[in-house]
Ligand binder design. Structure first.
Ligand SMILES: C[S@@+](CC[C@H](N)C(=O)[O-])C[C@H]1O[C@@H](n2cnc3c(N)ncnc32)[C@H](O)[C@@H]1O
Length: 242
């Protein structure tokens, strides 16, 4: 079993933007999702993005005039974000998202943790800690947007085999193995190498978080919360600090 960071280094970081349909398409989808949130941020708003990846939402936010602090543990994905962002106002932080406050010295207008990053937390007890840290980092009326996969209902039999993306050079599949509070995600990547296929397999654990559990935590730290459908079957929660 790999840690999250090892798993991204071994399998996911090198193919992440390909997996989401290519950087251009993903940035456009990210822009559309940010627009759909109807955030009306003030000019020069401070935005903290926890698990920014290659910048699918961070780049559109910076293009719209926000100052973005992008936190991620993957050096490779942050490198891709830097290349795609050019001279936009995005500060890159390579660290565990649970330590984000060490890198911020003013209150933020918006914090995001999108694209199923929340389920990568090591323990269920980290959820309340993170939400409290975010609540204490926001201006009054600031928002916390989360999107994640609801793994609380276990898939069974062949529904646990999920084709992620394939083309003539690559095939990415994942297999889900459910445990009581967690799910082990086995990623299987086939890549064309000359006339042959190379296979890479790596596994890591994600949390089975129910939307009700996350909403309960948001509300206990003072967020008024709206629930809506997110991208690619995810749940999206928009918490507004009272
Ligand atoms: C599923 S990807 C989502 C990326 C991006 N939010 C998106 O929607 O495209 C999860 C991201 O979180 C990062 N990540 C996972 N656990 C982390 C942690 N504890 N601290 C910082 N980054 C983390 C990974 O490196 C990866 O970039």
């Amino acid at each position: 079993m790999s840690s999250v960071t090892e798993h991204y280094e071994r399998i996911l970081s090198p193919v992440y933007s390909w997996m989401t349909g290519g950087a251009d398409a993903a940035l456009e989808a990210g822009r559309a999702e940010i627009d759909a949130l109807d955030l009306h941020l003030p000019a020069g708003a401070l935005v903290i993005y926890l698990g920014a990846g290659f910048g699918m939402h961070a780049i559109p936010l910076a293009r719209a005039g926000a100052r973005v602090i992008a936190v991620d543990s993957s050096e490779q994905l942050l490198g891709e974000l830097r290349r795609l962002a050019g001279d936009l106002s995005i500060t890159l932080v390579r660290d565990d998202l649970l330590s984000f406050r060490a890198h911020v010295n003013e209150k933020a207008d918006l914090v995001l943790c999108m694209g199923d990053t929340l389920t990568h937390l090591p323990e269920h007890t980290n959820l309340d800690f993170l939400i409290q840290e975010v609540a204490e980092s926001l201006v009054p009326g600031g928002r916390f947007v989360i999107s994640f996969r609801d793994y609380s209902e276990a898939l069974v039999d062949e529904r646990r085999f999920i084709p992620v993306r394939s083309d003539e050079r690559r095939i990415l599949m994942c297999f889900l193995e459910y445990e009581e509070d967690t799910v082990v995600v086995h990623d299987i990547l086939h890549e064309r190498a000359g006339d042959a296929w190379e296979t890479h397999v790596s596994s890591y654990r994600k949390l089975r978080l129910s939307p009700e559990r996350v909403i309960g935590s948001l509300e206990s730290f003072g967020f008024e919360t709206r629930r809506e459908p997110g991208m690619r079957g995810m749940v999206r929660l928009v918490g507004k600090l009272g």
